[in-house]
Design a protein around this ligand. Structure first.
Ligand SMILES: [Fe+2]
Length: 303
């Protein structure tokens, strides 16, 4: 007997992101020298980089134009064949490939609606061999990616209904935060009729000391902050933003909210919270939502 299961795909982790760059050497040097990532595999066409156990969390690919977030890879916690069937049953085109990248031998590929981004779903990567404790600089992991979308409700629905993401917070009517595990967000989407592509990508630092050590290092490397340090309201992470050599906005953060109860969606208590208990909500666009410590960088809120 065939049973029908139309539950969402069980995405459990943000895995990797791809950038296209006209200067592969320059962007590789930024990742390895400034951010202290490890280049696990490289060729004249592409470099695979990691900061963690995963084989890669960043793929830099040589190309004529700068393009960010051309591919996003998500780990899923279920059988690939079953996920493939449910995606197809939901009306989406899905392709299964085994020749895409080292370390991920089996990948489902679907197109993210309206953005041109290709999504990869896989069950695990091989290990990178990188030890997280052998560097005082290296970020602990790829944390989240924020991007623009012309149709926010449709994309939010795609992520929640097809890929199993849960709603964590919204700022105003234009900025949505979604999670695929207990981290407050792995994906955020900003509604925009003017902009497209990536808004920013964020790497996690383990604590404030780690963040400060990295910021001092970046200053020595001549990378200066565009905003922060500050504390966001939605997610409550301490944030800093700077630009990589291609002009992509890079966030380094720590202390992101953890959703300790997935069923109820409330957050573990922390002294900087103002709601007890704290549930996902829609925030006003003000200092409490954007930067409770003070200044707002308006350019980063344009949409
Ligand atoms: Fe962020």
């Amino acid at each position: 007997m065939t049973t029908t299961n139309n539950s969402p795909v069980n995405v459990s982790k943000l895995g990797y992101v791809e950038f296209i760059t006209p200067d592969l050497d320059r962007l590789t040097e930024y990742y390895t020298r400034a951010l202290d990532f490890v280049a696990v595999e490289s060729s004249p066409e592409a470099v695979y980089l990691t900061s963690s156990f995963d084989h890669h969390s960043v793929v830099l690919r040589a190309g004529n134009d700068k393009r960010a977030r051309t591919v996003v890879g998500y780990e899923i916690a279920e059988d690939l064949a079953d996920a493939e069937r449910r995606i197809r049953d939901a009306g989406y085109t899905v392709e299964r490939r085994s020749d895409i990248a080292p370390s991920t031998p089996d990948i489902l590929i679907i197109d993210e609606p309206l953005t041109g981004t290709q999504l990869h779903l896989y069950d695990e990567q091989t290990r990178s061999g990188v030890k997280p404790d052998d560097s005082i600089l290296r970020p602990t992991k790829l944390g989240h990616i924020a991007s623009f979308t012309p149709e926010l409700p449709a994309l939010q629905n795609f992520y929640q209904e097809l890929l199993g993401f849960r709603w964590s917070d919204t700022i105003g009517d234009f900025f949505v935060f979604l999670r695929c595990n207990s981290d407050h967000h792995a994906a955020n989407f900003m509604a925009s009729k003017s902009f497209q592509g990536m808004h920013h990508i964020a790497y996690e630092m383990r604590d404030l000391n780690h963040l400060q050590t990295m910021l001092d290092h970046l200053a020595h490397e001549n990378y200066r902050l565009e905003w922060g340090p500050g504390r966001h309201g939605a997610g409550h992470n301490v944030f800093t933003y700077h630009k990589d050599p291609d002009g992509n906005t890079i966030e380094l953060f720590t202390q992101l909210d953890v959703i300790s109860d997935e069923a109820k969606g409330y957050f573990e208590p922390r002294p900087w919270h103002t709601d007890f208990p704290q549930y996902p909500k829609t925030w006003e666009v003000d200092l409490a939502a954007v930067n409770s410590w003070g200044p707002i960088n308006q350019a980063l809120l344009e949409h």
